[in-house]
Design a protein around this ligand. Sequence first.
Ligand code: 3PG
Length: 306
Amino acid sequence: MKVLVATQKPFAAAAVNGIKDILGKAGHEVVLFEKYADETALIEAVADADAMIIRSDKVTPAVLDAAKNLKIVVRAGAGYDNVDLASATAHNVVVENTPGQNSNAVAELALAMMIFMSRTQFTPATGTEIFGKKVGIQAFGNVGRLVGKKASALGMSVMAIDPFLPAEKIIEGGAEPAESLEDLYGSCDFVSIHIPATPQTIGSIGYDLITKMPKGATLINTARKEVIDEAGLEKALEQRPDLKYAADVMPDNYETLKEKFGLRVFATPKKMGAQTAEANVNAGLAAADQIVKYFAEGCTRFQVNK
Ligand code: 3PG
């Protein structure tokens, strides 16, 4: 089978070599398609692919229309909001992700951002410490739990909320359950967002929640920029000169935010939460394995469009 590795943001070399090795040994052909220009280029490249490995690459209905032989797309990573699931299902294409494989990298970035913002972006101004502070984790999945564990180890107290987990599970994971989102935002010096971008969550964090945060609090977003109501964020930062925001990746109104709020805001230029050699290897190799198992055994354990 022909497997297209379509990555506008390429994997580390070790991951590419591992992917080639796993798929090659199983008798599949690997075509690397990195740093491509746009959707038109992807549409051309996908024409004869039987399978695809992607990262945040957009798999649109136009891409699926062009991919006449496509049977499976594996998103090497957690969030699959970049794949049009309804269209994939209509085209009989299986879509999978690789949950948990890049979580540690994202969790480390979330913690790093807490320290970076507490130390006024590593400028000489007097900062604060994260020791003894409280972090609120919005969604206690693979990344959220790791952030909680690492934060505890650094002497922080941890609160969490997850619409899919009862309080007992949050306690088992080492966090104090919040009664509501308002409770979480109202109680924590940091809130770390780990929700996916879905029709329910897009634009769901705005002025009302952000202004619930206590004095000097920082909002950390290593999830998706779309979950923030950016106008609401701007208004909150304007009215509350004590609040800060750090994000992976850049909000659409970042220029304005930077101009107005300087070191109180920070965003990475390109999504980099999962951009470590280790995360690339974990997620890339898992994706290759899943493709091998799909063609060999029909395994669809990680399918997200069932
Ligand atoms: C994910 O959902 O797994 C992360 O956002 C990583 O995305 P990336 O593979 O584009 O870095």
